[in-house]
Design a protein around this ligand. Structure first.
Ligand SMILES: [Zn+2]
Ligand SMILES: [Zn+2]
Length: 329
């Protein structure tokens, strides 16, 4: 298969029948790619972009350039519920009348996240167990306010489990459940043409952050999901951030390595006297993090701690409000 590129400003056809639309984001990632896939009749839209005017305008312009009407969109599928992917969903559902596909685990998470009080208490409790000061907890809470506001409840028409197929004008897309970055993250795979729409599961220059929740081995799930993708024949990865690229097995290998190194570093820090997630995060990043980024750093550390605990490398003392970690004897 020879993919071709038609540079067309904010959108281009990256594979026959698959258009990549670059939509602007108001934060450092810069751009989110959404994909428009030609169906036998009409189009499938994979992800919607963020709930901002700039994002909506860029999407509307791209569709106009492609002579695609809102009503020509016959199905909307979300790779996962992060605001840069699902932000415009309800607006687009109203405009297109299209049914929505979302994995059941991300739908459950969305119900949790949109219960603002419940979610705040949940997050504050996690930060407390991580040894984060009350002052920092308050800063994290306000830094998350905007993001929190951009989640809204959705009622999917189809709750995905993985394994579903969508017939397109050029073949079939298979839904592949790839939990880790979020519990219900999905990729879409065109096996015939070796094309993978990877969402945030595989991003060329970024190590996707792990969407950890207490009691969930999110890092373990992420690594297994990577192995699931490595087993597929993929000639072209179409990610949600950055340009299309090749070499998924090499990427998977490097990402395994990255997390193995991070695990080793965390064990060494614990051996060196760091006992809380906060102390570990401070030493791991060793620079000032904004409360927003600090929150993700803490959750990233927690994902690794839980992973290591489940593999009997670490132990947690959970008797007090703050959890203390030691290496297992
Ligand atoms: Zn994401
Ligand atoms: Zn993203």
């Amino acid at each position: 298969m020879t993919p071709y590129l038609e540079i067309g400003g904010d959108y281009r056809e990256v594979v026959p029948g698959i258009h990549m639309l670059e939509l602007p984001l108001p934060f450092s990632l810069g751009i989110v790619n959404v994909y428009l896939v030609r169906l036998e009749s009409g189009w499938l839209l994979i992800d919607t972009g963020m709930q901002t005017e700039a994002c909506f305008d860029a999407l509307a312009r791209a569709l106009e350039g492609l002579s695609v009407d809102w009503r020509d969109i016959r199905r909307i599928l979300l790779t996962h519920i992060h605001p840069d992917h699902m932000g415009l969903a309800s607006k687009l559902i109203a405009l297109t009348g299209a049914p929505l596909d979302l994995h059941r685990a991300d739908h459950e998470l969305l119900v949790h996240v949109t219960d603002t009080d419940l979610h705040r208490d949940w997050q504050q409790e996690i930060l407390t167990t991580a040894g984060v000061s009350a002052e920092m907890r308050a800063l994290v809470h306000s830094s998350m306010f905007d993001i929190q506001q951009s989640f809204e409840r959705l009622t999917p028409d189809r709750l995905l489990c993985g394994g579903e197929t969508i017939a397109t004008a050029h073949g079939v897309l298979e839904v592949i459940w790839t939990p880790g970055h979020s519990p219900g993250h999905v990729c879409l795979y065109d096996g015939e043409r070796g094309v993978l729409v990877s969402g945030d599961h595989i991003l060329q220059h970024i190590s996707p952050n792990i969407g950890w929740q207490p009691g969930r081995d999110a890092l373990g799930e992420f690594l297994s999901s990577l192995d699931r993708i490595a087993a597929l024949d993929v000639d072209l990865i179409l990610p949600s951030h950055g340009a299309p690229f090749t070499g998924h097995r090499e990427w998977v290998r490097k990402t395994h390595e990255h997390h193995a190194e991070r695990c080793a570093r965390i064990v060494a820090l614990i051996d060196g006297g760091a006992t809380t997630a906060h102390q570990i995060a401070e030493r791991l990043w060793n620079r000032h993090l904004s409360p927003f980024h600090y929150r993700f750093a803490i959750f990233e550390v927690m994902a690794h701690l839980e992973y290591l605990e489940r593999r009997q490398v670490l132990r947690a003392d959970r008797t007090g409000a703050v959890y203390h970690w030691t290496t297992a004897p």
